[in-house]
Design a protein around this ligand. Structure first.
Ligand SMILES: Nc1ncnc2c1ncn2[C@@H]1O[C@H](COP(=O)(O)OP(=O)(O)OP(=O)(O)O)[C@@H](O)[C@H]1O
Length: 248
């Protein structure tokens, strides 16, 4: 369970990224986060795994506050959270397998991690993750020889290899051909069925409606909608986007 309490983020230049956000996400939920560009979606996800530091508030991951944790405790908490980036963030000169194995680093001390001393169990977990995303025959191919869609699947496999309880995905389809959106959402949904909670930032409302159990709508850093897709009326959509769906 993730409990976000009174979470605010003010950037050093004074921009309000998040404004007193309160939300609880139960284990196993598939949550889509929507809102206009600049609404705070990325800031929200990045605060949850501490790519961004919150200014104030709490983020409890199964009861442990990650918002202001540091050192080994932060490392341990982050291990529970996989992150999938819009631009994949892979080491493109390494193989798919090597990238996915890096998802296991949180389970090793720094020394063995740097030396790449992965166990047979790590390799088995990485292989399973790559097979689940449909890349069993591409494991040893260098990432720069894979298509964008395949690269994003490697990135998802890397997140899954962490054996996380939560996957955060920040516009994971935005760099891909729109036709691949359903493939990426479908893969995330499959892992969600295994019990991993998923939070996806998404700017295509249709996809959010199609896949989400629950939608969070942000506007200017505030959480202005929290409910199932069925509760998202045109009024609510207007409130989130302060425009009509036709403008999206
Ligand atoms: N590093 C930063 N320094 C200052 N302001 C920032 C920084 N990162 C984001 N912001 C600002 O914080 C607000 C929220 O941005 P954020 O990136 O979270 O929105 P978003 O909803 O994810 O937008 P997009 O869909 O374009 O990614 C915006 O006003 C943005 O300009």
């Amino acid at each position: 369970m993730i409990e976000v309490k009174n979470l605010s983020k003010i950037y050093p230049n004074g921009t309000v990224g998040l404004d007193d956000v309160n939300v609880t996400i139960q284990n196993g939920e598939f949550v889509c986060v929507i809102g206009l560009s600049g609404a705070g979606k990325s800031t929200f996800l990045r605060c949850i795994n501490r790519l961004n530091d919150a200014t104030s508030g709490q983020i409890l991951i199964d009861g442990d506050d990650i918002a202001f944790a540091s050192g080994p405790r932060l490392r341990q908490l982050r291990r529970r959270i996989g992150f999938v980036f819009q631009q994949f963030n892979l080491s493109t000169r390494l193989s798919a397998m090597e990238n996915v194995l890096s998802g296991r680093l949180g389970y090793h001390n720094r020394f063995s991690g740097v030396l790449g001393l992965f166990t047979a169990e790590d390799r088995r977990i990485a292989e399973t993750a790559l097979t689940r995303v449909g890349l069993a025959d591409r494991m040893n191919v260098r990432v720069d020889q894979l298509s964008g869609g395949q690269q994003q699947r490697v990135a998802i496999a890397r997140a899954v290899a962490q054996q996380p309880t939560l996957i955060l995905a920040d516009e994971p389809m935005a760099s891909l051909d729109p036709k691949l959106s359903n493939v990426i959402m479908g893969i995330l949904k499959e892992f969600n069925k295994d019990g991993i909670s998923v939070l996806v930032n998404i700017h295509v409302l249709e996809l959010a409606l199609q896949y989400a159990d629950r939608i969070l709508g942000f506007n200017k850093g505030k959480l202005v909608f929290d409910g199932p897709p069925s509760a998202l009326s045109q009024d609510e959509i207007d409130r989130i986007y302060s425009g009509s769906v036709a403008d999206l």
